[in-house]
Design a protein around this ligand. Structure first.
Ligand code: NAI
Ligand code: PYR
Ligand code: MG
Length: 372
């Protein structure tokens, strides 16, 4: 198979979909790899590293899209990239379609087979291709939250760890999955007073068993969430209903009850965000204020630490990328039902139920797509 990797074009996105190591493995499996010039530069991988791995470097994204049977990326394709996809081509990347009707329509029109990293599952109920970026974004969230809390950035002027004689910041993390757990660990490590909320009691039991001395847990009823939010300096949104639009857990009206200058870091923004007032921002201009509350809503947080993130993502995607290349998508998804869960769009149809529900689009079952 011919595998193509274009340079990412989302603002301030420095990750790349294929590492030189992944390119080398694909080539050793008998595949051809084309990489757009400078695609890996932002993550510290110059063209020469890909050439040494046996890949060819092409001068433009258009050439990569035209040559490849499968496009491997990081971020959802931008409008200009969507126009370059074609019927029968495989797209393997993050998509986040539920809050994005325009992208969904364009992918349907392209006729391509689009497999979303964020909905591939595993045999333990996890999301193995979302997890590495959730680890990164979770660990970044207290760091960017601490920055947002600084007075010059519009925040309350509260130091995460406090100092002797002055108490620490209160941090509330809503959602105790991968993002939430990593965020809570780092925030606690910075000396903050941390509480994690989740609606799934077994998860709260697990967190209490493992991290009981490090942070507190609480059940995410609407009442508890608002009570804790009122006392918080920093609130981190980390909920996920896989593939679906994020539930709104703090309304605009409730902002009036928060402390002036409190910071909201909405990591769930890629699924639409879990605060009513969240709208996606970029690394260039990451924060904005609504009713005296600072919002940080960057939808590609891991791009800020592109080298760590590229290597972590590549470690996770490589076996799936190789299976798709070795077997073709139909056989790979027939052999691996967890990979089939990643199928979001195929030949003009949406194939993921939560995306169809969110956007009011008829869904073709992935099993029928496999046969079709
Ligand atoms: N902005 C960014 O750059 C990035 C965003 N993300 C996003 O972060 C979000 C969280 O991802 P993960 O932690 O990997 O998901 P996860 O599935 O590991 O954890 C989500 C948790 O939310 C809980 N939850 C669901 N509904 C809830 C509710 N109403 N109240 C409280 N808890 C609720 C679930 O029980 C689960 O424990 C996703 O939207 C993901 O796409 C991930 C990486 C980067
Ligand atoms: C998960 C995701 O959207 C990201 O890493 O940018
Ligand atoms: Mg994202």
């Amino acid at each position: 198979m011919h595998i193509g990797c274009p340079k990412e074009i989302k603002p301030q996105e420095f990750r790349v979909g294929l590492t030189p190591n992944a390119a080398h493995e694909a080539i050793s499996h008998g595949h051809q790899v084309s990489v757009e010039t400078d695609a890996g530069l932002g993550a510290g991988f110059p063209d020469d590293d890909y050439i040494a791995a046996g890949a060819q470097i092409l001068g433009s994204a258009a050439e990569v899209f035209a040559a490849a049977d499968m496009i491997v990326k990081v971020k959802e394709p931008q409008p200009v990239e969507r126009k370059m996809l074609r019927e029968g081509q495989i797209l393997f990347t993050y998509l986040h379609l539920a809050p994005d009707p325009d992208q969904t329509r364009d992918l349907m029109e392209s006729g391509a087979t689009c497999i979303a990293y964020e909905t591939v599952t595993d045999n333990r109920g996890g999301l193995p291709l979302l997890a590495p970026m959730s680890e990164v974004a979770g660990r970044l969230a207290p760091q960017v939250g601490a920055w947002t809390l600084q007075k010059a950035n519009g925040g309350r002027g509260v130091l995460m760890g406090g100092v002797p004689g002055v108490g620490p910041a209160r941090v509330v993390v809503i959602g105790g999955g991968v993002v939430g757990t990593h965020a809570a660990r780092i925030a606690a490590g910075m000396g903050a007073d941390v509480t994690v909320l989740d609606r799934y009691l077994p998860r709260l039991r697990y967190l209490d068993d493992v991290f009981g001395g490090t942070f507190k847990t609480s059940y995410a009823s609407a009442g508890n969430t608002v009570d804790l939010a009122r006392e918080a300096d920093l609130i981190i949104g980390a909920v996920l209903v896989p593939g679906a639009a994020a539930p709104k857990l703090i309304s605009r009206a409730q902002l009036a009850e928060l402390k002036p200058g409190a910071a909201l870091v909405d990591v769930a923004i890629d699924q639409g965000g879990c605060f009513e007032t969240s709208k996606a921002t970029t690394h260039e201009n990451p924060v904005y204020e609504v009713d005296g509350i600072m919002h940080y809503c960057v939808a590609n947080m891991p791009g800020a630490v592109a080298r760590t993130s590229t290597i972590a993502l590549g470690n996770a995607t490589m076996p799936f990328m190789l299976a798709l290349a070795d077997k073709g998508w139909r056989q790979a998804c027939t052999d691996d039902p967890y990979l089939l869960e990643g199928l979001n769009v195929h030949a003009g149809r949406v194939t993921y139920a939560a995306v169809g529900d969110a956007l009011g689009i008829d869904v073709l079952s992935p099993d029928l797509a496999l046969k079709g």
